[in-house]
Unconditional design. Structure first.
Length: 299
């Protein structure tokens, strides 16, 4: 990741000496339970970061300015909050404080979490007395949702949510048979947690969060069928929480107007790391149900 002034890259063993040097200033340990100005403690901290094993795309980065390591950042499952929620951390050497570099680095990691990884939320734990770090979190749009004892002392619990800007508002599908479309789409979207949103003579919609899907038998239809192989919509892909739920939906789909596609390559028709069911209905619309759950190893 790069910003106007910084480069962030994966932490590697060769960075150990530079990271230990960053934390040699006692001021860097002011809000930690451990004293990382002790080289042994700092080196042990580097060991913990290097041994990280977790979801792809998350991890630990060094922050560089003009080729010099000036800090570290992380986005990884929280060691303190339940549910292994993704937690953001950012640390810039005291010599570089007051220049907005922590905000710049943390924003890059936060954007990576939301835009590249599609995380639904990112959490942060900031020491109650660390006013500078709390200001950084505020600039990044984090919301203060409480406090608790974490990492051995009182911390504010903060959460950031992805912005609405640029996200889908709605998808509209024109269908030849509204009753049949409602039978298959209504079942599938209902199973995935969508709720009926709007209904009128020619159509119906279902909503999940801020996005809704419309099926409409519009009087302006110019053809009696949908052909996903022509220019236009090829398919709609939807997240499913677990691989087991993908299997369950795929097994029951035929009862609700769907038939399997690429069944001989199920569930990896999209590649060995992609667990999904591909379905088609009688109107020729294709849907892809993608498991959000990572590989069984968690690596």
């Amino acid at each position: 990741m790069t910003t106007a002034r910084l480069a962030l890259r994966q932490l590697v063993e060769a960075d150990r000496e530079a990271v230990v040097k960053v934390f040699s200033d006692p001021e860097m340990s002011r809000f930690f339970a451990a004293d990382f100005s002790d080289p042994a403690a700092a080196s042990a901290m580097v060991d913990r970061r290097l041994s990280y094993r977790g979801p792809a795309g998350q991890g630990h980065w060094v922050i560089e300015r003009d080729g010099e390591v000036i800090g570290v950042a992380h986005l990884r499952p929280s060691w303190e909050l339940p549910g292994e929620v993704p937690e953001l951390g950012y640390y810039v050497a005291s010599a570089h404080a007051g220049q907005g570099l922590a905000t710049e680095a943390a924003r890059a990691v936060l954007d990576h979490g939301f835009h590249a990884l599609g995380l639904p939320a990112v959490w942060a734990l900031v020491h109650e007395n660390n006013a500078a770090s709390r200001k950084v979190a505020t600039r990044l749009g984090f919301l203060d949702v409480g406090s608790g004892i974490h990492y051995g002392d009182l911390h504010r619990v903060l959460v950031a949510l992805p912005a609405v800007h640029g996200r889908p508002h709605h998808v509209e599908l024109w269908v030849p048979d509204l009753a049949e479309a409602e039978r298959c789409w209504g079942w599938l979207l209902g199973e995935l947690g969508w709720s009926e949103f709007q209904r009128w003579a020619a159509g119906v919609s279902w909503r999940l969060g801020g996005t809704y899907v419309v099926v409409e038998a519009s009087p302006a239809l110019s053809a009696p069928e949908h052909d996903r192989m022509r220019p236009g919509l090829n398919h709609l892909a939807l997240h499913v929480a677990t691989r087991a739920q993908v299997d369950d939906l795929a097994a029951r789909a035929a009862e609700h107007g769907w038939r399997p596609l690429f069944a001989d390559r199920y569930p990896h028709a999209g590649g060995p790391a992609h667990y999904a069911a591909y379905l088609e209905n009688d109107a020729g619309f294709e849907v892809e149900l993608v498991a959000s759950e990572g590989p069984a190893t968690g690596k």
